[in-house]
Design a protein around this ligand. Structure first.
Ligand SMILES: [Zn+2]
Length: 266
C-alpha cells in the first residue's frame, strides 16, 4: 500500500536510501527485489502503517544496509525509535522460534501488536525481551560526575549506567552501579525520564542523584576515567537525542553561566 513505512533489517543493519545529505527509509523490500524472511506490522506514524522486515539479498540500487547505531542522530528521531522497535520485534521472532522449555517449534500469537509466540505443546509464552537499565546523573553542589567507559567514542564522557539485577528496585540499581563504578554513595534519587535503547533490547530509565559521601575510586574493568565537572568546563558529551545528553543539558541549564550575562572582558 502506498505510504507504508518499511523498516527492513539484514542482521542489525537497516536498509536506507542513499540521499543527498539526508538519509531515509528505502521502501518495500519485496518490491525492491529482496527476500523477505519475516514481516510484522508494528505500528503507525502520522497515519502511515509501519512494518518490520527481516530480509536477505544484495543492496538494491541507491540503497545501503547501515548499522542502526550509526544512524543515531542521522535518521529522523521518530523513525529511529520505530526502527529500534522493528529491530527488537525481529530479534524476538528469531530468538523464540523454538520453546526454551520443551524444544517444540512455537506459533505466532494471533493478536496484531500483541507480540508473543506460544508453544503448542506446553503452552509457554514468549514475549519480546526488554532489559531495564538505570542511567544516573550524579551531582555535587554545582558539579556533575562524568565518566568514560573504554567502549565510548574517543574523548566522550557520559553519565553512569547499568542493568537492573533480579530482585532489585531501580533505585537500588542506581545506588549499586554508582558505588561499583566510581566508589561513592548517593542520596535524593529522583526520576528524570526514560528512553528505549535497542542495543540490545534495553529501556534506559534516567535518574538524578546527589553525592552523599566518598571519594572517586573507579572500577578499571568498567571505567577508565571519571571526574567532577562544572557546567562551564565540560568534556565531549554524548550526542543529542540521548537521555544522557538530555540530563546533562538539563543540569547545565540550571547550573551553567547565564547566557544573558555579558562576556567578561579580557
Ligand atoms: Zn514448550
Amino acid at each position: 500500500m502506498a505510504g507504508d513505512l518499511w523498516f527492513a533489517f539484514k542482521g542489525d543493519r537497516l536498509l536506507v536510501r542513499d540521499g543527498e545529505g539526508s538519509t531515509g527509509l528505502a521502501g518495500n523490500p519485496a518490491a525492491l527485489g529482496l527476500d523477505v524472511i519475516f514481516e510484522e506490522e508494528i505500528g503507525a506514524l502520522d497515519g502511515r502503517r509501519c512494518f518490520a522486515a527481516e530480509v536477505d539479498g544484495d543492496e538494491p540500487k541507491d540503497t545501503s544496509f547501515q548499522d542502526l547505531r550509526s544512524l543515531f542522530g542521522v535518521l529522523d528521531e521518530r523513525f529511529f525509535v520505530m526502527a529500534g522497535r522493528a529491530m527488537q520485534v525481529i530479534t524476538w521472532n528469531v530468538m523464540h522460534r523454538f520453546c526454551g522449555r520443551c524444544g517444540t517449534a512455537t506459533d505466532r500469537g494471533l493478536e496484531t501488536y500483541q507480540f508473543f509466540r506460544v508453544c503448542p505443546k506446553c503452552g509457554a509464552l514468549y514475549f519480546p525481551r526488554l532489559n531495564p537499565a538505570a542511567i544516573v546523573l550524579v551531582y555535587r553542589a554545582d558539579e556533575v560526575l562524568l565518566a568514560r567507559a573504554p567502549q565510548f567514542l574517543k574523548g566522550m564522557y557520559s553519565t553512569i549506567a547499568g542493568f537492573v539485577e533480579p530482585g532489585e528496585t531501580i533505585e537500588q540499581t542506581v545506588a549499586r552501579e554508582v558505588r561499583e563504578e566510581v566508589g561513592i554513595e548517593v542520596k535524593n534519587i529522583n526520576y528524570f525520564g526514560s528512553q528505549p535503547w535497542p542495543f540490545p533490547n534495553s529501556l534506559m530509565i534516567g535518574f538524578t542523584a546527589e553525592w552523599a559521601g566518598g571519594e572517586l575510586r573507579i572500577d578499571p574493568d568498567e571505567i577508565e576515567d571519571a571526574g567532577w565537572y562544572s557546567a562551564d568546563d565540560l568534556p565531549q558529551l554524548p550526542p543529542r537525542m540521548s537521555i544522557a545528553r538530555a540530563m546533562i543539558d538539563d543540569f547545565v541549564s540550571q547550573h551553567g553561566p547565564d547566557p544573558e550575562d555579558p562576556e567578561t572582558p579580557e
